[in-house]
Design a protein around this ligand. Structure first.
Ligand SMILES: Cc1ncc(COP(=O)(O)O)c(C=O)c1O
Length: 347
């Protein structure tokens, strides 16, 4: 039996491990704290009778809630089943061009996977020696540009002013900024969508909102870009967002106070952990995300990964990251246990 010829070229994304036994999970940048408790009431009061109906294909209530927060029109918002789906649809909608799409060499590793899926040409631009995204080197002919800000797995963030200057140069094709980690201390480029009609910002509820389990992501951009995304989405799946997820997302988006408190606490833990590991002699990259990229001392990254795993702590090891490991920020108790375990391993 034969599969589609397309499968020969596919190189799927490998998600971080979801262990079946109890471990401290610091490998996929989930939020260690629960989402707003208002969701608990919502779920208790949800009438299961409604589950017989299809959900709203336009997710209008969630879009209106997000629109209010950002002071934009709901027609400027697109909702997807996780930002992975939003990104996949965006690659299809905008980046099938004659010229290659440009992205950093080191970034969210799903981007090249979409390129291969859709047969999109792409060109990667190496990071600077300090692991920052090199925007200047991206000033080359292109059929679109994508980068994550803050970037992953480095945690490096580009300033608002640098993004503005960059957008002044790139007006023809879509510039997509993936702001999955924007709420952990850097500035969103969303206000720039007014001026730059080719700018698309993608965000997710999986990290800052502690809702990886419901799979909701969104894109914000000009109505022209959003209409394009809708056209592709409606050629693929009209109802990607289920009734319960939409209701949960609305509660989470509305509770700005909880979001800020949750993120500020993660930032506090991140900075404390960075200092502690720096004091051990580790190289710790400055991070504006809910993870840090670190190079251990006196032990290889792989060995540290394996030893932590034996002690029930799961972090992320990349074999192309030059002896660095990525650690998601956990609860304060988890970080204390991590520090004690590292001390023990280094003894
Ligand atoms: C930069 C970046 N973008 C997007 C995603 C996907 O997030 P979601 O859970 O919304 O699909 C991730 C997940 O880790 C990510 O790191």
């Amino acid at each position: 039996m034969r599969m589609s010829y397309k499968l020969n070229k596919l190189n799927p994304y490998i998600p971080g491990e979801q262990p079946y036994k109890k471990m401290i999970k610091l490998n996929t940048n989930e939020n260690p704290y629960p989402p707003t408790p208002k969701i608990n009431n919502l779920l208790k009061n949800f009438n299961y009778y409604y589950l017989r109906l299809y959900p709203d294909p336009t997710t209008i209530n969630l879009r209106k809630t997000i629109a209010k927060i950002y002071n934009i029109k709901y027609e400027q918002i697109f909702i997807g089943n996780g930002s992975d789906e939003v990104l996949a649809l965006a690659f299809m909608t905008f980046f099938c061009q004659k010229l290659p799409v440009i992205m950093p060499t080191i970034t969210y590793s799903f981007y090249p996977v979409y390129c291969k899926l859709y047969n999109i040409k792409y060109k990667t631009i190496p990071l600077k020696t300090n692991f920052e995204i090199n925007l200047n080197k991206m000033n080359i002919p292109n059929g679109g540009i994508i980068f994550a800000n803050p970037n992953t797995p480095t945690g490096h963030a580009i300033s608002y002013i640098d993004i503005t200057n960059f957008l002044d140069i790139h007006k023809e094709y879509v510039v997509l900024i993936d702001e999955a980690y924007i709420n952990f201390g850097s500035e969103s480029a969303i206000p720039l969508i007014k001026k730059y009609k080719n700018l698309l910002i993608v965000n997710t509820l999986s990290k800052a909102y502690s809702l990886a389990g419901i799979r909701i992501g969104f894109a914000i951009g000009s109505t022209y870009l959003i209409k394009g995304l809708e056209k592709v989405k409606n050629s693929f799946n009209s109802y990607p967002i289920d009734i319960i997820s939409e209701l949960i997302a609305i509660e989470a988006i509305k509770d700005i106070k909880y979001l800020k408190k949750n993120c500020n606490y993660i930032i506090y833990i991140r900075d404390k952990l960075s200092n502690q590991l720096t004091n051990f002699g580790f190289t710790v990259l400055p991070s504006k995300a809910n993870f840090i990229l670190v190079k251990p001392i006196n032990i290889s990254a792989k060995e540290m990964f394996d030893k932590l795993r034996k002690h029930g702590i799961l972090i992320r090891y990349f074999n192309n990251m030059n002896n660095y490991i990525r650690i998601s920020i956990g609860t304060i108790q988890q970080m204390n246990y991590l520090i004690e375990t590292i001390k023990y391993i280094l003894k």
